[in-house]
Write a protein that binds this ligand. Structure first.
Ligand code: BES
Ligand code: ZN
Ligand code: ZN
Length: 496
């Protein structure tokens, strides 16, 4: 997205769609239009349309108007802020999404956004909302004229008359970095499993590392074996695609900076293995690397924004397939930390590859470990499709994650780690089984992965199985990959 800044009267700015924000009340809208340079006659006409459509600039509402040559822009969007003292980040993000929606509606390629003092502190959210709402996955579309799938918007011009431009430019740049990283994550998650194999994910990680100036190392099957990562090897056995263990490092300039590990589940396609999944919905299992994508593209943004904390990202990546050589129910495998695991279901593969990655992270004794994964189908039954579920061993760490998610307008809810359910993981022949026993699948997931982290290291597990994939489109993105938690992780790193 191209962005530029203009100090001019809004009515003289040329664009396909100009957005003017206003606090609630028709008189306030009229005032905002007058300040923007609209003529009394035109304001009178707009007032009639506002009445006809019952528009009063309530929070997150907007009205789209044809400018009919009255100003230099072709169309007008009046975006409602609600009550002056109650303007919220989330509704500003959604208004950004409305701008993208409206731009699509009127076929706009360029939008102008009037930033006056009421909205100046939300320039980042507006920018993010526009870019996220404008996202489309077009890599595989050949019919250019398919209206529904066109990305219309190319250009945002911010019109600022009185407010401090330089501070705003910084916030807008930040918003662009946050949103681009999210869109990049969506692209990777939306890419079909056969075009985003563990090796492809590793190549993409190399590209990201180069672009964001991060150190990277990628292990193949032999190094994974040498490093005693028996679970990653076991899950990869049934696939023609070799596994990868990807590590990225961001080093801050700050002396004695804290060190945080981010770990993301990177199952490029989850057929379930020998415990084969039912065909319905299996195609969505190309999204089983949503945790890996969140971590990878958060690192991209972190490399650009340079927070004062050292971050290491680990991505264990495999494809989970049924095959003559595949892992079987009843098999016993050994994780890097020495614990043995009896396989009850080969479809509970995420926790297995995470076991090795978390053992590795734990050995390095970092200040915190945050792990993200599309771990359990049950996550959708906890708080529905909008929420990411967090479970942790340290309240401070969980609070930091919840605060960051709130700031970014990403929904997060904490679930308890119920100790009583741990006994469901006993096995008569190994240290643990990989399935557990309780209806609380999502909590069971946290209990399993926690086994591979030293109790003294603050640890949080985020299950994004429900929030990582949208069955329906919304203001902030279409159906498909959501890129959830990229922005939260970047915000978390910036504040750590
Ligand atoms: N990748 C799935 C979880 C999933 C399901 C993600 C639906 C996104 C949408 C995971 O590997 C899995 O299959 N989990 C099992 C665990 C069970 C066998 C213990 C599940 O949730 O049923
Ligand atoms: Zn599975
Ligand atoms: Zn899976």
């Amino acid at each position: 997205m191209k962005t530029s800044f203009l100090k001019t009267k809004p009515t003289t700015a040329k664009s396909d769609l100009i957005t003017i924000f206003s606090v609630e009340g028709r008189k306030n809208v009229e005032g905002a239009l007058r300040r923007a340079g609209f003529s009394d006659k035109f304001i009178g006409e707009i007032a009639k349309q506002m009445i006809a459509e019952n528009f009063t600039a309530k929070a997150s509402t907007s009205i789209e108007l044809f400018a009919a040559g009255q100003i230099s822009s072709k169309n007008i969007l009046i975006a409602g802020l609600g009550k002056k003292d109650e303007i919220k980040k989330l509704s500003m993000l959604n208004l950004g999404g409305s701008i993208a929606y409206s731009a699509k509606n009127v076929g706009a390629r360029s939008v102008a956004v009037v930033i006056d003092k009421e909205v100046s502190e939300f320039a980042k959210e507006i920018t993010e909302g526009i870019i996220l709402g404008n996202y489309r996955f077009l890599k595989y579309k050949t019919c250019e004229d398919d209206d529904d799938d066109k990305t219309f918007l190319k250009d945002i011009t911010y019109i600022m008359d009185s407010v401090n431009m330089n501070a705003l430019k910084g916030r807008i740049e930040e918003g662009k970095v946050f949103a681009k990283a999210t869109c990049d994550a969506r692209d990777l998650v939306n890419t079909p499993g056969s075009d985003a194999t563990p090796s492809d994910i590793a190549s993409e990680a190399r590209r990201v590392a180069k672009a964001a100036k991060l150190a990277i190392s990628v292990w193949g099957k032999n190094e994974i074996k040498k490093n005693r990562m028996g679970c990653i090897l076991a899950v990869a056995k049934g696939s023609a695609e070799p596994p990868r263990f990807i590590r990225l490092d961001y080093k801050s300039k700050k002396k004695n900076a804290k060190h945080v590990f981010l770990v993301g589940k990177g199952v490029s396609f989850d057929a379930g293995g020998i415990s084969l999944k039912p065909p319905r919905g299996m195609y969505a299992m190309k999204s089983d690397m949503g945790g890996a994508a969140a971590v990878l593209y958060a690192m991209e943004a972190i490399g650009r924004l340079k927070p004062n904390v050292n971050i290491t990202a680990l991505i264990p990546s495999v494809e989970n397939m049924p095959d003559g050589k595949a892992l079987k129910p009843g098999d016993i495998i050994k994780a890097r930390n020495g614990k043995t695991i009896e396989i009850f279901s080969t479809d509970a593969e995420g926790r297995l590859i995470l076991a090795d990655a978390l053992s590795f992270a734990s050995e390095k004794k970092p200040d915190a470990i945050v792990e993200l994964s599309t771990l359990t189908g049950g996550a959708a039954y906890c708080c529905g499709e909008l929420y990411s579920l967090v479970m942790g061993t340290n309240d401070k760490l969980v609070s930091k994650l919840k605060d960051a998610s709130k700031t970014c307008g990403e929904y997060m809810w904490e679930l308890p780690i119920v100790e009583e359910y741990r006994k469901g993981y006993t096995s008569s022949t190994a240290d643990l089984n990989n399935q557990g026993k309780s209806k609380a699948q999502t909590i069971l997931g946290a209990i399993f992965v926690r086994e591979f982290v030293d109790d003294k290291i603050p640890f949080a597990h985020l299950d994004i199985a429900a929030s990582g994939w949208a069955d329906d489109g919304g203001l902030l993105g279409p159906k498909g990959a959501t890129g959830v938690m990229v922005r939260t992780l970047v915000e978390f790193a910036m504040n750590y």
